[in-house]
Design a protein around this ligand. Structure first.
Ligand code: NAD
Length: 501
């Protein structure tokens, strides 16, 4: 059934009327259409209904946005840290004040159940702005006792370091958790004194545009935040290659990460890359299964598996394997699929038809290679892009479904016999984003958390986040970290000053 717009919140309807008519570029504090008038449709993936038209920025628009951001560097750089902190805190307050509208908008554009945005992701965006409001006032250089052997008569040598903003940041974000991932880039960049050109993902531009409005309302000066919506290969590529950009903060797939890295070479942009994952969840024989079974199921089915740190490979000790697999299959079959705005929906559609077909392709190839689907494994629903929560067994370590990131509600389960074997299996991946270990044993918890090659290891939990905690991966899961104090470093240069005084 098509979406009934009259049932939406007033704030959502007013926003769509205001922005989703191609008026969606924010450049130098002004909202504008693309210079060439280009737009593209953004859809509700649960019904296929068009939510509106989004501006398709071309190279000229990207150029204008980067120029505006460069011009604003002097303005933003001249603000004292406490002023930047005040404005960032105000952004957080405004997100919080508009949280119900933002959650509805995110659900419409991305498909996620309302509770995911309302209670997890958008509060996460609020905390990013609050955390980095504090960090704006905690930027430190150092004084150094050097041993330089040059002391003109009557003079002394003094050496110290200061931190300076990197410059214009290109923030390029994906569609799975749009607002919180955007906040993870914008908040530290602005705290550091950088200005930003934001490129949201083409499937989910709407909450970024609403955030742009709220940032202007909060007093972020013109040009400090600019937004260019559009396609990855056009708008994103033009932004990544632009010589006026000093740093790219990218979150997305490993394949696009490579393209971004190539584009960055032209002027040696600083680059941080938050990329894909194929994260293991490991259930040891001594795990509390009453926690572990729903824990590993939620680790993959939350947000339809469209989570970079989703626990998509399940390793279960053989002694409890059948019990766990049965429990996870039951959990998967019990999940209620539906429109994200329906109160009883536990899992929404995947983000787009293109993505649903990609996930289906993985499932078909897994079947052809001999895998069995103990739950799900198919498209469902008369409209929309729903994939049933899937549990795959009868797999071998070399199979595509075990090695590649599906980025959908697809869990692959395998049995193991001993701890060394499962550590080796967990590490047998080109990715290294995250892992969880489920055990009541202190020794295994310590040993495995240090042996597993990943940016984050959770013990008896999965996907727990806080703005104080750094997020990112090793191996082909990326470079650098978002969130946490470490993220501020991405946006600061060191300057050494050496003076004879
Ligand atoms: P994607 O790589 O297709 O797109 C990400 C962004 O890059 C989008 O805004 C897109 O328009 C843009 N883009 C595409 N081609 C580009 C190019 N040539 N130059 C510049 N920009 C370009 O990723 P996606 O499908 O939107 O997101 C899913 C991926 O994101 C998954 O692999 C997931 O694991 C990853 N992800 C990682 C993290 C993390 O923190 N590590 C978090 C969330 C998602």
């Amino acid at each position: 059934m098509p979406l009934d717009f009259s049932t939406l919140r007033t704030g959502t309807r007013e926003f769509l009327a205001r922005r989703a008519s191609g008026q969606g570029l924010l450049i130098g504090g002004e909202w504008a259409q693309a210079a060439n008038g280009g737009t593209f449709a953004t859809l509700d993936p649960a019904t296929g209904s068009e939510l509106g038209q989004v501006a398709k920025a071309g190279a000229a628009d990207v150029d204008a946005a980067v120029s505006a951001a460069r011009a604003a560097l002097a303005v933003w750089g001249a603000t004292v840290p406490a002023e930047r902190a005040r404005i960032l805190w105000k952004v957080a307050d405004l997100i919080e004040a508009n949280i119900d509208d933002l959650a509805e908008l995110e659900t419409l554009d991305q498909g996620k159940p309302l509770f995911v945005g309302r209670w997890a992701e958008i509060p996460g965006a609020v905390s990013q702005f609050r955390f980095f409001a504090g960090q704006a006032m905690a930027i430190e250089g150092s004084t150094l006792e050097s041993s330089i052997n040059y002391q003109p008569a009557g003079k002394q040598m003094r050496t110290w370091t200061v931190r300076e903003p990197v410059g214009v940041v290109a923030a390029i974000v994906p569609w799975n958790s749009p607002l919180v991932l955007t906040a993870m880039k914008l908040a530290p960049a602005l705290a550091a004194g950088c200005t930003v050109v934001l490129k949201p993902a083409e499937d989910t531009s709407l909450t970024a545009l609403r955030l742009g409005e709220l940032m202007i309302e909060a007093g972020v000066p013109a040009g400090v935040i600019n937004i260019v919506t559009g396609l990855g290969g056009e708008t994103g590529a033009a932004l990544a290659a632009h010589p006026g950009v000093a740093k790219i903060a990218f979150t997305g797939s490993t394949a696009t990460g490579r393209a971004v890295l190539d584009a960055a070479k032209t002027n040696f942009k600083r680059v941080t890359l938050e990329l894909g994952g194929k994260s293991p969840s490991i259930i040891m024989p001594d795990a509390d299964l009453s926690q572990a079974i729903p824990g590993v199921a939620n680790a993959i089915y939350f947000n339809g598996g469209q989570v970079c740190i989703a626990g998509s490979r399940l390793y279960v000790h053989r002694s409890v394997h059948d019990q766990v697999v049965e429990g996870v299959a039951e959990y998967a079959k019990g999940l209620k699929l539906g429109h994200g705005l329906a109160a009883d929906t536990q899992m929404g559609p995947v983000v787009s038809l293109r993505h649903a077909e990609r996930v289906e392709g993985f499932l078909q190839r897994a079947r052809a290679e001999g895998a069995t689907m103990l739950a799900g494994g198919e498209r469902t629903g008369e409209a929309g892009t729903f994939i049933t929560p899937t549990l795959v067994v009868d797999v071998k370590p070399g199979m595509e479904i075990v090695r590649e990131e599906v980025f959908g509600p697809v869990l692959v389960a395998q049995a193991f016999d001993d701890v060394e074997e499962v550590i080796a299996a967990a590490n047998d991946s080109e990715y290294g984003l995250a892992a969880s270990v489920w055990t009541e044993g202190l020794s295994n918890a310590h040993r495995m958390s240090s042996a597993i090659k990943a940016g984050t290891v959770w013990i008896n939990c999965h996907a727990m986040y806080d703005p104080t905690l750094a997020i990112g991966g090793v191996k082909q899961s990326g470079w650098g970290r978002d969130s946490g104090r470490q993220a501020l470093e991405n946006y600061l240069e060191w300057k050494t000053i050496c003076a004879v005084v």
